[in-house]
Design a binder for this molecule. Structure first.
Ligand SMILES: Nc1ncnc2c1ncn2[C@@H]1O[C@H](COP(=O)(O)OP(=O)(O)O)[C@@H](O)[C@H]1O
Ligand SMILES: [Mg+2]
Length: 277
């Protein structure tokens, strides 16, 4: 029996030596479409954990739990990137991830909505201009996607001592579904399972800049602009309430990345997380 007790969790998250996958190495048995590009074609971790269809006795989380080495590891650090479209989230998650790796940290890059079936449902049925999905249903779907993300990927990675970088998290729901008129406390309540990030970085840019950067416009500029303005106002409210750290994203990539690294490395120091962790 002992021989079978290879650490399923650590094995599951082991990166193949030659992999350029920015996220976790995924056991092929758990998801065949593990790749490394997000819906915008950016290079992030892709996973499709068909865990829910795996019998409990075969589910390493349930069957084995965490191996002692993992259990004794210092908890990792959870860093989230927020901001309107074109603010630079994907760019900076990628640059930070590369920097952390070069410094020898065990990092994981991920994004919401995820590439699981729930995330795909969101992209296919909600993020299309013709969709008539009520905002409440939209908020619930995002929360369901997040719950899966947290339980299956984020929490286990943090327990294994990794640095988790997420492109969007709870404040995206608060800003985007809040913009659609939903009560913020209700959005918070359906997301209450979600652990608070150790650092939530909000990349602030004027919507005009975001639109210019994104180039592709599904809606008219006016609609997009007003919408993005309202979303930005909500984000700024969360900054004022101390929930997000504002970094001015309307500068060169190098300047923005420098501020991000400063905040992140200060946090790692404070948490005493070292590359050898
Ligand atoms: N500081 C910046 N200055 C100029 N262009 C940028 C900057 N940050 C990102 N970009 C570019 O803007 C576009 C959107 O950036 P991206 O990282 O995809 O934003 P998001 O993920 O927040 O939507 C990309 O083409 C990216 O290369
Ligand atoms: Mg992006």
């Amino acid at each position: 029996m002992d021989a079978v007790l290879v650490d399923p969790l650590c094995a599951l998250f082991e990166e193949p030596a030659d992999s350029d996958n920015l996220g976790l190495g995924v056991d092929p048995a758990w998801g065949s479409d593990a790749g490394c590009a997000d819906h915008e074609g950016h290079h992030v971790h892709d996973y499709d954990l068909n865990v829910l269809s795996v019998p409990d006795e075969q589910n390493p989380f349930i069957a084995f739990g965490l191996r002692r080495e993992c259990m004794s590891k210092k908890r990792g650090v959870f860093i989230v990137f927020e901001g309107i479209d074109g603010s630079g989230k994907s760019t900076h998650v990628r640059l930070l991830f590369q920097k952390l790796q070069r410094r020898g940290f065990d990092a994981l890059s991920t994004a919401e909505p995820t590439r699981t079936s729930i995330g795909r449902l969101i992209r296919e049925s909600i993020q299309t201009p013709s969709s008539q999905v009520p905002p409440e249903a939209e908020a619930l779907l995002f929360a369901a996607d997040r719950l899966n993300h947290v339980k299956r990927l984020i929490e286990p990675a943090l327990a294994a001592g990794r640095i988790v970088l997420s492109d969007r998290y709870v404040h995206s729901s608060l800003a985007y579904q809040g913009e659609r008129g939903l009560n913020l406390e209700w959005i918070r309540s359906i997301n209450r399972f979600a652990p608070r990030a150790d650092l939530s970085i909000y990349l602030d840019i004027p919507p005009e800049v975001g639109i210019k950067r994104m180039q592709r416009r599904k809606k008219t500029v006016f609609e997009t602009l007003t919408l993005q303005q309202r979303i930005r106002e909500l984000y700024l409210r969360f900054v004022e309430e101390g929930e997000l750290l504002l970094i001015n994203g309307n500068r060169t990539v190098t300047e923005v990345q420098q501020d991000i690294r400063e905040a992140v490395f200060n946090l790692l120091k404070e948490k005493e997380l070292t590359p050898s962790n």
